[in-house]
Design a protein around this ligand. Structure first.
Ligand code: ADP
Ligand code: MG
Length: 902
């Protein structure tokens, strides 16, 4: 029955009020709906769970989409034209008002409003456009869609949905037209469409594409609730022709199956399922890699896939619902035939009334159409009716079914998921391309290396040949020159002989013997003359000596009378000398007295009465240090500690009086020279004071003495760390940089050299500039300083080599990093034995660590090592060098290359 409220409102002339506002658009698609289907970006991302399940999609709420219902009136057929000739049609259509009037009798009718009212003149094209096209477009956008025809047998359901229109294309039905639109919209490279065609009869699903497959089950995804028929044949459609062929086969099988089952097609439901799979433009950037250079590998990529499913349902004739059993069917059969259709009616009623329970599971049809009514699909229902008043009852019930269906509200949801397969495929292709590219490059690189190696070898052998040639030429040239010289000499000899003969030296010109004879006679003559000469000279000399001694004797006897005066003069001179000495002594004593007075005052000021008497002792100590050993009054050091107190001595280092400071530092330096005192000096803070003096004094003597004291303290390993802790390395380094006096530098270098031998100080020495300062001191050129520098380098290298062996040092030597190598190489062959020995040792230590080898080769150290291994005077260093060279692969390779044998 019609919705009485609606009907009444029309009849009473009220403003149109319906249960639910109906769309007034001629097209089924609401604009709102369309705009939501096409977001401006065209990119839709699914949440991980959005594999097409209802309620799992990204658009969780979905888009409201009511089931749209159109009514189509079949024209009178031949039989009706005759049989109903005297009667009016049972319905009257008002298509422009989307209304249909169902006559009750000649004077009364009920009015119904539909989403679309299609008269007997409506073309197949128009029917498709208003009923199915919006659904097809939704499917192409990734939604599920349903087009279903409901109506009495013979009213045109199959005509509307399934006509192939082969002879007359204007007669093509919804199935054919839908596929045309789908194929036109898909891109064959990335999208696909597949079709299954099923028949449902007596609650059994049969495959119309493979009739032997006649008991297909419905599978529900437990997570998403999605329904599918995995047992059905799924044929991928590439063109319209193959689809038409498939529809033909399906229809043929439908007829055959119905014959076999002794039934007719009007008693079965035909279901066409069209699955559309489309790739969607994704966020290319996210997959194109970061490097634009690889753009050739990264064409636009579509990582999302939309899977819309169009279901076209040609239902069994609706009259069966009411007439079951009335045409002689077995009861059971009749029940089964009608089960699905009546279940569909119940579901739609329940949905229309918003009932809590919708009996979807009651039949296979309702299970299959779960998503079409009350689900996420966009659904269009076309109800077909005939004009004959004889079937008014059927027509009325069909119209009511349509009216109820219009109240069913679906929530449309896009079926989109991440295309993992596509992505993986694409990445595999990219990976393959990259691997191939990499292999190609690797090959090219290896070829290049081979080519360069070959070229280098060729060049070397060419140079060797040239060198050998040049040597040979040189040798030949010298040989020639030599021969030439011999020849010339011979010629000269002959010329000389000829000259002699012509000068008449020899009587017999032809006899060589005669010539030599005359020469020896000549020689003996000359010898005789010479001896005569010598004899005469000797005699003359004796004569001269004689005369000289006579002269001395004569002079001595002459001066005898003046001897007394001479003696007196000598005594006078001695007296004057003595007096001068005494005056000097007095001066010194006066100075000392003055000094003592000042010191005494100071002491008194600093320490008060407690140290009375100490002062004189202190001065004694100081003077004993200043005076020569023979003159001064030596105080034993031990006594000094006990009597004066170390603290007191150290405090004098900071005295305001420069002289006191100088004396004090000398005392401390002397004390520090003895190992027994060192610990106490350091404990008492002497080291700090000395370090401070080193920096704060401009007086060179103080600096020298302080540096000497520090050098002495630095000999002791325990003090070395203390020196470091108290900033001694940088203080020494600074002094090394600005001191000029070679003796100061020698002390500083000695101190640093001692520190260099401490394994724990390596890093500090480097970071605080110790190595650089050490190297800087070679500017002074004094052999003592150079020797200390060399010792420091050797010590440092030794510690490093130890650390390398223990694995605590991995990188290049700090010595190399700080640029010591050139100096080392330059002085490796120094004239001074201590310098040479230290440097030779340093080279051996450096060479023991493979990581230094390359720098040593390029710095020329390899030659020095080879020389050391051959010529060093010390056997142990020689064999150390040899061992080092043979154990290093880098050195070995270089020596092979240079053809050096060790
Ligand atoms: P149904 O599938 O509902 O049983 P059919 O589609 O088989 O009905 O239609 C029954 C008959 O009516 C067919 O001969 C068909 O050609 C004809 N027919 C149905 N609808 C129309 C129409 N709109 N115009 C012309 N003929 C129609
Ligand atoms: Mg039919």
């Amino acid at each position: 029955m019609a919705s009485s409220g609606y009907r009444n409102s029309i009849q009473k002339g009220f403003v149109r009020v319906v249960d639910r506002p109906l769309s007034a658009t001629s097209n089924f698609r609401s604009n709102t709906f369309k705009s939501k289907l096409h977001p401006s970006t065209g990119i839709r991302r699914s949440s991980p769970g959005s594999l097409g399940g209802a309620g799992a999609s990204r658009d969780d709420a979905g888009v409201p989409g009511r089931v749209r219902v159109a009514v189509r009136l079949r024209p009178r057929n031949a039989e009706e034209l005759v049989a109903d000739a005297d009667f009016a049609d049972c319905v009257e259509l008002q298509p422009e008002l989307k209304r249909l009037k169902l006559r009750k009798n000649n004077w009364d009718s009920d009015t119904y409003e539909f989403d679309e009212v299609l008269s007997e003149f409506a073309s197949q094209k128009r029917v498709y456009e208003v009923v199915a096209k919006p659904v097809v477009e939704s499917v192409l956008d990734g939604y599920n869609g349903t087009v279903m025809a409901y109506g009495q047998t013979g009213t045109g359901k199959t005509y509307t949905l399934g006509r192939l229109g082969e002879e007359d294309t204007s007669a093509r039905g919804i199935m054919v037209r839908s596929m045309e639109d789908i194929l036109a919209d898909l891109s064959p490279e990335t999208d696909s469409v597949s079709v299954s065609y099923l028949q449902l009869y007596m609650e059994t699903i049969q495959d119309l594409l493979d009739p032997a497959n006649d008991n297909i089950s419905i599978v529900e995804d437990p997570k998403t609730g999605d329904v599918s028929v995995p047992g059905a044949t799924l044929v991928e459609i590439r063109n319209q022709k193959s689809f038409m062929e498939l529809l033909r086969i399906g229809e043929a099988h439908r007829i055959a199956a119905n014959t076999k089952l002794n039934t007719e097609s009007s008693r079965s439901h035909a279901i066409l399922m069209v699955q559309v799979k489309r790739s969607v433009m994704g966020r290319e950037a996210a997959f194109s890699g970061e490097n634009d250079n690889h753009s050739h590998l990264d064409k636009p990529f579509k990582p999302y896939v939309r899977k819309g499913k169009l279901v076209v349902v040609d239902l069994a004739g609706s009259e069966r619902v009411h007439k079951s059993g009335s045409e002689g069917h077995m009861l059971e059969e009749a029940k089964s035939i009608n089960l699905s259709l009546s279940a569909l009616g119940k579901c739609i009623n329940a949905l229309a009334e918003n009932s809590a329970h919708v009996p979807v599971r009651d039949s296979k049809l309702t299970r299959l159409l779960k998503d079409s009514f009350g689900g996420t699909a966009r659904t269009s229902l076309i109800v077909t009716i005939g004009p004959s008043p004889r079937h008014r009852g059927e027509t009325a019930s069909t119209i009511l079914f349509g009216q109820r269906a219009m109240k069913v509200e679906n929530m449309l949801k896009i079926k989109e998921e991440f295309d993992y397969k596509g992505l993986s495929r694409r990445l595999e292709i990219q990976l393959d391309t990259l691997i191939a590219e990499n292999e190609r490059r690797q090959k090219a690189f290896e070829d290049e290396v081979e080519r360069v190696t070959l070229e280098a070898e060729n060049r070397i052998s060419e140079v060797e040949t040239r060198y050998a040639d040049a040597l040979e030429k040189e040798r030949l040239k010298y040989q020639m020159d030599y021969m030439e010289s011999i020849k010339k000499l011979e010629e000269k000899l002959v010329t000389n002989q000829k000259t002699r003969v012509s000068n008449g030296y020899i009587g017999d010109t032809c006899s060589g013997e005669a010539t030599s004879m005359s020469v020896s006679e000549e020689v003996s003559k000359v010898e005789k003359l010479l001896q005569n000469e010598i004899h005469l000279r000797k005699k003359a000399e004796e004569e001269v000596n004689n005369l000289r001694s006579q002269l001395v004797q004569f002079t001595e006897s002459e001066g005898g009378g003046d001897s007394d005066i001479l003696k007196l003069r000598k005594i006078l001179e001695d007296e004057a000398h003595q007096k001068k000495k005494l005056e000097e002594e007095i001066m010194i004593l006066r100075n000392q007295l003055l000094q003592l007075t000042i010191e005494a005052n100071q002491m008194r000021r600093c320490s008060g009465d407690a140290i009375t008497g100490l002062d004189s002792l202190m001065s004694q100590v100081m003077h004993s240090q200043l005076k020569d050993a023979g003159n001064g009054q030596k105080v034993p050091i031990g006594t000094l500690f006990e009597q004066v107190g170390l603290q007191k001595i150290l405090s004098l280092l900071e005295s305001e009086d420069a002289n006191v400071r100088i004396h004090a530092v000398k005392v401390v330096a002397n004390l520090a020279a003895e190992e027994a005192n060192q610990e106490r000096i350091v404990e008492a803070g002497g080291l700090t004071s000395l370090l401070t003096l080193l920096r704060s004094f401009e007086d060179e003597t103080v600096r020298r003495v302080a540096a000497g004291a520090i050098a002495n303290l630095a000999m002791n390993e325990a003090n070395q760390e203390l020196i470091m802790v108290q900033g001694g390395i940088s203080l020494l380094s600074m002094t090394a940089t600005d001191a000029e006096d070679p003796q100061t530098l020698r002390m500083v270098a000695g101190a640093l050299a001692n520190l260099c031998g401490n394994d724990k100080l390596q890093k500090k020495l480097r970071t605080e500039g110790g190595i650089k300062a050490l190297l800087g001191m070679v500017r002074c050129g004094h052999p003592d300083v150079l020797s200390q520098v060399a010792r420091g380098i050797a010590n440092f290298a030794k510690c490093e080599s130890r650390a390398s062996t223990q694995g605590t040092k991995t990188g290049r030597s700090f010595l190399i990093e700080d640029g010591a190598l050139p100096w080392i190489v330059q002085n490796a062959n120094s004239e001074a034995p201590p310098i040479r020995r230290h440097i030779e040792l340093a080279l051996c230590h450096l060479a023991q660590h493979e990581v230094n080898a390359k720098d040593m080769i390029s710095g020329g150290a390899l030659w020095e090592l080879v020389r050391i291994s051959r010529d060093c005077s010390r056997e142990d260093i020689r064999s150390l060098a040899r061992r080092t060279l043979t154990s290093s692969p880098t050195f070995r390779a270089e020596m092979r290359r240079l053809r050096i044998e060790c």
